[in-house]
Design a protein around this ligand. Structure first.
Ligand SMILES: [Zn+2]
Ligand SMILES: [Zn+2]
Ligand SMILES: [Zn+2]
Length: 259
């Protein structure tokens, strides 16, 4: 099945430009150096699934003209991956969903964070509308959606296991420092691989360009895109140093793949 993957955001938690920073990347005129918070959208046969809802979701949805969301899958509960949930409101209204709540797929840990941060949604005690119409679903194995399958696999974000996902010939691994061996085994034969690559300098909870290049050598996907990128990596200059089949992702990047 043919599908399109759109990069909604390719930046690290603070976004690029970073507030208050005058570095070369934050002041760059290259639009590729403008990175909103990290998220992707997968579309096929008229269906739209998001992975994460960032604090920039509103801007991303307007930019990409998102008209409906069929499901949202979460990688973990950090602020840069969840805080846009409230902004799905206009897409959760009855005239768009036909009265169905938008399903949110989240691990127990992530669901706990969502319920507490968005308590006003999940424990609403007022009935006057205006709330995002969403409902939590647990993730206990592959998520089957409209003939496609999103298979979760653990990656380690520092010490904390979070979710990465394989779907067809593509996989999305954000916010990891280590990939356990059993997850590496599920990442063979990929056409498209997204990997966290924050910067060059080591970080306790994120992969680096160098570490992610080692993973590319092991897994040998056809094409790799680095994401969750900080202001340490200028787009053009960094791409010039990477192998031809490895690129920095950028906001609005669109890729076709087999789902
Ligand atoms: Zn993050
Ligand atoms: Zn900067
Ligand atoms: Zn995180």
């Amino acid at each position: 099945m043919k599908a399109t993957l759109t990069v909604l955001g390719s930046g690290t938690s603070m976004g690029v430009p970073t507030i208050g920073c005058d570095c070369a990347v934050c002041t760059s005129a290259d639009p590729h150096d403008r990175r909103t918070r990290p998220s992707i959208m997968v579309q096929w046969d008229g269906h739209t699934v998001l992975i994460d809802t960032t604090p920039d979701f509103r801007e991303q949805a307007i930019r990409e003209r998102i008209r409906k969301i069929d499901a949202i899958i979460y990688t973990h509960g950090h602020a840069d991956h969840i805080l846009g949930l409230d902004d799905v409101r206009p897409l959760s209204f009855q005239r768009i969903t036909g009265g169905k709540k938008i399903p949110l797929y989240a691990s127990d840990n992530t669901a706990r964070v969502l319920r507490s941060v968005f308590r006003y949604i999940f424990e609403a005690d007022y009935k006057y509308g205006g709330l995002a119409q969403v409902e939590l679903h647990p993730v206990n194995g592959p998520i089957e959606l409209f003939g496609a399958k999103f298979t979760p696999m653990p990656v380690l974000h520092g010490d904390v296991p979070i979710e990465a996902f394989r779907f067809g010939s593509a996989a999305y691994l954000t916010d990891f420092s280590t990939i356990p061996e059993e997850s590496m085994e599920q990442l063979q034969g990929l056409d498209i691989l997204f990997l966290d690559a924050l910067r060059h300098q080591p970080h306790p909870t994120h992969s680096t360009v160098e570490n992610s290049l080692k993973i590319v050598e092991q897994l040998k996907p056809k094409r790799t895109f680095f994401t969750h990128i900080s202001h340490d990596l200028p787009h053009e200059a960094t791409n010039a140093t990477l192998p031809e089949n490895v690129r920095l992702a950028h906001d609005s990047l669109k890729l076709e793949f087999d789902l």
